[in-house]
Design a protein around this ligand. Sequence first.
Ligand code: 5GP
Length: 191
Amino acid sequence: MKELVEAIRARGVGVGTDIVKVDMFLNHRLDTDLFVKMGQAFAQAFAADRPELVLTVEASGIAAALTTAMACGNLPVVFAKKSRTRNVTGDVYESRVFSFTHGVENHIRVSREYLPKGARVLIIDDFLANGEAAEGLCDIVRQAQATVVGIGICVEKSFQPGHQKLVDEGYHVVSLAKVKAISDGRLVVED
Ligand code: 5GP
């Protein structure tokens, strides 16, 4: 997506050899116009998959999931929670996810009542690195006996294996921008 590629080139920063920092518009300060356009791009890309629900993981996936769900005709959004709070009680689907950015293992949980059996689920997340977060969400959808109809990613780091892993498992994966390398703090983004 042209606007996202331009934003990454203009305002993204590489940290070390493998972290893309886009706090200016995607992860800390949110560029609402860009989020609306990303939502529209995902809605168009997955229209033929007829999603009924958008699933993501807190916190950084929520904004793109929301604009996508709205562009798909105001679908419900469900986000997996990372902490065991008193709000999430009783019957939950749970999966383990190794966090690339934090270097820790998180348990992600979704209340069973919010993920109906048979639902056509579109997974949305801000980044794709090793595919752990997406795999965890797919695992939760499997437990619910629902169907993953697509996986939409704002920024894919194409030098990491997540995309190929998910495609090899048969998922329809769409990334709006692909960072193919980080060199001296500069991001090399595919056109
Ligand atoms: P994965 O699970 O695919 O290894 O990593 C994806 C998750 O880790 C995303 O949910 C995202 O929050 C975080 N993440 C992975 N790599 C990056 C990165 O380079 N920059 C940012 N901001 N987040 C990342």
